[in-house]
Design a binder for this molecule. Structure first.
Ligand code: SF4
Length: 494
């Protein structure tokens, strides 16, 4: 549904599909089609010459990757990047809807940008990403931030050049959301920097966890064709990238939507394993779809690193049921045991929500006991906050705020102890580190990551940036390993 809305028109509700579990669950597999973009239209190829763009990105790696695509398109239109908003001709806010505070930040930023727009009316301001899929957000922008020029959704990123054209030449606010959500667009330009790259392998999510807005903002699960994914990764290998993260909201569901071939995420990882890229990661996993085939392939290691992010969300089967996570505490623990047996040096990380509606003290204790049992290396921990339109938002949010905060603190304290103990096990070990550059606090210290994504600091020369080195861990800390360089490996030819 593509819409151009006059600035004077105040009723935007007709242009939106508010999140509806019932409607979303009806969506089928049959209408996914893959489009191969032919590039920027001739009349837009030079529109950005002499102009600059700035994109602010909020939220997850999916958004970071969408930003890479938008940068690629803008630069193909002649725009150059800037980090200074006073210098920018286009400012895009690529937003996140997962938590309320992520939305607050965006509205705060829009407040600041208002003055800029008043001083420079030619400046194009755009809001995109997950927030733009929400009717309430778009209405709020219209009422309080009507100076915004473009609002477009997560399915419409490929339309950026056309939307910009409308914004430049039309006198109307351009709003384009909820375009046909089932399509996959290939061959979009991407601006990747550094030695690490993200590769989307699938879009959307069909899991419908009751607290989550993603199945509505990102649409249904649809996998990219294996040949397109593998071709992109081979191209990145040729360009000298050292690390690739395969991205999807639920990568373990990869391939389940193919109607003409049987090819799972395990099969994809097995094929990616044969490509000459030193490190391959993936995120995010859903425990329900994590199958034996994938474990068997990950155990082959090579460039498949021994780090798995395995969101658990709660240690209580009752709470998991209310979250509609579709696995129990026991199932999760069995999966962890299987993974640890197949990959003994695996490092596990997770996401946990505390204070979900109805969570009792006992149920929270079950989360703590699960954390003690699994012994994660780190965890993203959150206090539950309702998202409009999700089933959980209709549940009674009956855990008092101070209890939520207290639970979060106890969980974080426990994680701090476990993380410190886990790092202590590495004292005296030699780890492989991909050097990212100087540390933020001391230019003499280099910073890099192990295969398991642990942060390492050590003294060394700047020339080692982008290379793999070996570091002996001398001072493990809670969230950081300090060490000494033992041997620098030759750099890969880039
Ligand atoms: S699997 Fe992840 S993205 Fe999908 S609904 Fe659940 S929490 Fe949201």
């Amino acid at each position: 549904m593509d819409k151009t809305i006059p600035k004077s028109d105040k009723d935007y509700s007709i242009y939106f599909q508010p999140p509806s579990l019932k409607e979303a669950k009806k969506r089928g597999k049959e209408d996914v089609s893959v489009h191969y973009e032919a590039g920027i239209a001739d009349d837009m190829k030079t529109i950005g010459v002499g102009k600059r763009y700035l994109i602010r990105t909020y939220g997850c790696q999916m958004n970071e990757h969408d930003t890479e695509v938008m940068k690629g398109m803008l630069e193909d239109m002649g725009y150059e990047p800037t980090e200074d908003k006073l210098d920018a001709d286009i400012i895009l806010l690529n937003t996140c809807a997962i938590r309320e505070n992520a939305e607050d930040k965006v509205f705060g930023e829009l407040g600041h940008l208002k003055t800029l727009k008043q001083e420079r009316p030619g400046l194009i301001l755009g809001v995109c990403g997950c927030m733009s899929q929400e009717e309430s957000v778009v209405n709020r922008i219209m009422q309080k931030h009507a100076f915004v020029d473009i609002i477009f959704g997560t399915h419409n990123i490929h339309r950026l050049p056309a939307l910009l054209k409308e914004a430049y030449y039309g006198k109307e606010m351009v709003v384009e959301v909820w375009s046909k959500e089932g399509d996959i667009i290939e061959n979009l330009p991407k601006k990747r920097e550094g030695m690490k790259a993200w590769v989307n392998i699938m879009y959307g999510c069909d899991k419908f966890c009751t607290y989550c807005i993603v199945p509505y903002t990102r649409g249904k699960e649809r996998s990219r064709r294996p040949e397109d994914v593998l071709a992109e990764i081979r191209d990145l290998a040729r360009k000298g990238f050292q690390e690739i993260t395969l991205l999807g909201q639920n990568v373990n569901a990869y391939g389940k939507d193919f109607t003409d071939l049987t090819y799972t995420f395990g099969d994809l990882m097995d094929d990616v394993r044969k490509i000459d890229i030193p490190r391959i990661r993936f995120t995010t996993s859903h425990p329900r779809d994590f199958d034996d085939r994938l474990i068997e392939v990950l155990a082959k290691k090579g460039n498949l690193v021994e780090h798995i992010h395995l969101p658990v969300q709660s240690g209580s089967t009752e709470v998991l049921k209310r979250m509609s996570r579709k696995y129990s505490r026991e199932h999760y623990l069995q999966l962890v045991a299987k993974i640890k047996q197949a990959i003994p040096d695996v490092m596990l990380t997770t996401d946990i929500i505390v204070g979900f509606p109805g969570e009792t003290d006992e149920q929270f204790e079950e989360t703590l006991s699960l954390v003690r049992e699994v012994r994660y290396d780190s965890a993203f921990t959150f206090i539950y906050s309702p998202r409009d339109g999700t089933p959980a938002a209709g549940m009674e949010d009956n855990v008092p705020e101070d209890v939520k905060k207290e639970r979060l603190k106890r969980l974080n304290d426990l994680m701090t102890v476990i993380a410190r103990e886990r790092n202590e096990l590495l004292r005296g070990e030699i780890v492989e580190v991909l050097v990212e550059g100087e540390s933020k606090t001391n230019p003499d210290v280099l910073s890099g990551r192990t295969r398991t994504n642990k942060l390492v600091h050590f003294y060394g020369s700047k020339e080692l940036s982008g290379r793999f080195v070996h570091v002996k861990v001398t001072e493990p800390q809670t969230w950081l390993l300090k060490g000494e360089l033992v041997q620098a490996q030759p750099a890969r030819v880039v």
